[in-house]
Design a protein around this ligand. Structure first.
Ligand SMILES: Cc1cc2nc3c(=O)[nH]c(=O)nc-3n(C[C@H](O)[C@H](O)[C@H](O)COP(=O)(O)OP(=O)(O)OC[C@H]3O[C@@H](n4cnc5c(N)ncnc54)[C@H](O)[C@@H]3O)c2cc1C
Length: 401
């Protein structure tokens, strides 16, 4: 894979000589987005001794947030360990078993047991574990970043209300509809993959469940369910045309990139309930039918990233997590990538700040290590979707709309 050459602003100062005693002023680091990647990045920065860290989060404090089950692999778990976050805080059910069940005519016909190299958490548990560790004043909610400019060689963020903040480094962790990606890498646009991850939280499980259970009832459907605090979290993947998506959730998939509970109308519920009744074993159809709290996520694709860092005057801007590359949910890599990239970025910045390493070279090294995993996950998503017959593929009939 050809990587872009080392990146250095034309007017960047020459590298500082390395030295333990180099006393440098603290860089101002602006993290855009206060979800999993942004909060993890900010905590890692603070933990490494950076003191001028601020998170700007668009959503107001009271906005409905969150999501369901997230599998974290050992490298991401280890990063959280090093932050001193006890696993019991965010892992409610510690099963490592995934049961993958082939279903035909609503009956299980074959079960494969696999061990997952990680643990399951939920967005809510993990976000709370990260956010409660942020010192007061670091996370500023209701602050939507609209633009990034350069003023007197200094990166400057402009917010929706017209106010501005200066930074030395801007870390965009602003998710799949990232403003940072639109500004820094505008050619990479989201494309709807032709299917939807319908999600639900069933508060009262009608059957005991300990492991992650994956049901594959044939082309055009996959159903995952696992225990979470207070019930079961399920995801039902179903093919859905863009027109049907807009009818179900009130806007096209490129605009309604998360359908929150209040966007899920009766037509969307009926669509999911009918498919559950037709495809899933009766006990799981009953779980779906009993679920009132529902959400949906249209599955999106994007061209693979070719870089992660851009000079901005004498400073830098970087993309992390879903802002860099939103990947299909089946890859179970989105949150993992974001946390691993954040830790790698902090290592590069620490080498620069503490030991005088050349910043452009440090960022290039970080990019060289983390781009391949992001690219691999971007490619893996469509391969999984095709295996499951989900979305629109050439030479394949669409099983449902
Ligand atoms: C069904 C499903 C299952 C999944 N399972 C897994 C899994 O098992 N393992 C895994 O690793 N991943 C999984 N993922 C993916 C994972 O949830 C995401 O990759 C992860 O949550 C992305 O986190 P993020 O912080 O990068 O982005 P987001 O969570 O999207 O956060 C972006 C934040 O930025 C804010 N923001 C946006 N624009 C601006 C702006 N202009 N200014 C300021 N703030 C802004 C938003 O309000 C938001 O808070 C799954 C996803 C789905 C849908």
């Amino acid at each position: 894979m050809a990587l872009p050459p080392p990146i250095r602003p034309a007017d960047a100062p020459p590298p500082r000589p390395a030295g333990r005693s180099a006393q440098k002023p603290q860089p101002r680091i602006a993290v855009v987005g206060g979800s999993l990647t942004g909060c993890a990045a900010a905590l890692l920065l603070l933990h490494a001794g950076f003191t001028q860290v601020t998170i700007y989060e668009a959503a107001p404090d009271a906005a409905p947030r969150g999501g369901g089950l997230i599998g974290l692999e050992h490298p991401a778990l280890d990063i959280l360990d090093r932050l001193g976050i006890d696993q019991s805080e965010f892992v409610a059910h510690d099963s490592e078993t995934v049961r993958r069940v082939t279903v035909r005519a609503r009956q299980p016909i074959h079960t494969l047991r696999q061990a997952y190299p990680g643990r399951n958490t939920t967005w809510t548990l993990l976000h709370a574990a990260l956010a409660t560790r942020l010192p007061a004043g670091v996370l500023r909610t209701g602050r939507r970043v609209a633009a990034l400019g350069v003023h007197h060689t200094q990166p400057v963020l402009t917010f929706g209300d017209g106010s501005r903040e200066v930074a030395d480094l801007v870390v965009f962790a602003d998710g799949r509809t990232s403003t940072g990606r639109r500004l820094l890498d505008p050619a990479r646009r989201l494309r709807y993959a032709g299917y939807v991850a319908h999600r639900g939280h069933a508060p009262t499980p009608n059957q005991p469940l300990r492991d992650f259970l994956r049901l594959e009832p044939g082309p055009g459907c996959q159903y995952n369910v696992a225990p979470v605090p207070g019930g079961l979290d399920w995801t039902l993947y179903l093919t859905c045309s863009p027109t049907a998506y807009a009818q179900h959730f009130g806007a096209p998939p490129e605009r309604r990139t998360f359908a929150l509970p209040h966007h899920v109308g009766p037509a969307a519920r009926a669509h999911v309930d009918a498919h559950a009744a037709r495809l899933l074993p009766a006990a799981h159809a009953a779980i779906v039918h009993a679920t009132t709290a529902r959400m949906a996520v249209p599955v999106m694709d994007i061209d693979p990233p070719t870089r992660m860092a851009w000079p901005a005057g004498r400073g830098w801007a970087v993309l992390l997590g879903d802002a860099l590359a939103p990947v299909r949910p089946h890859t179970a890599r989105g949150a993992n990538n974001g946390i691993e990239q954040a830790a790698g970025l902090v290592a590069a910045l620490t080498q620069h700040h503490r030991w005088g390493a050349d910043l452009a070279a440090a960022l290039h090294g970080w990019q060289r290590r983390h781009l391949p995993a992001a690219i691999a996950a971007v490619h893996q998503g469509p391969a999984i979707g095709a295996r499951l017959g989900l979305g629109h593929h050439p030479h394949q009939a669409t099983p449902s709309t």
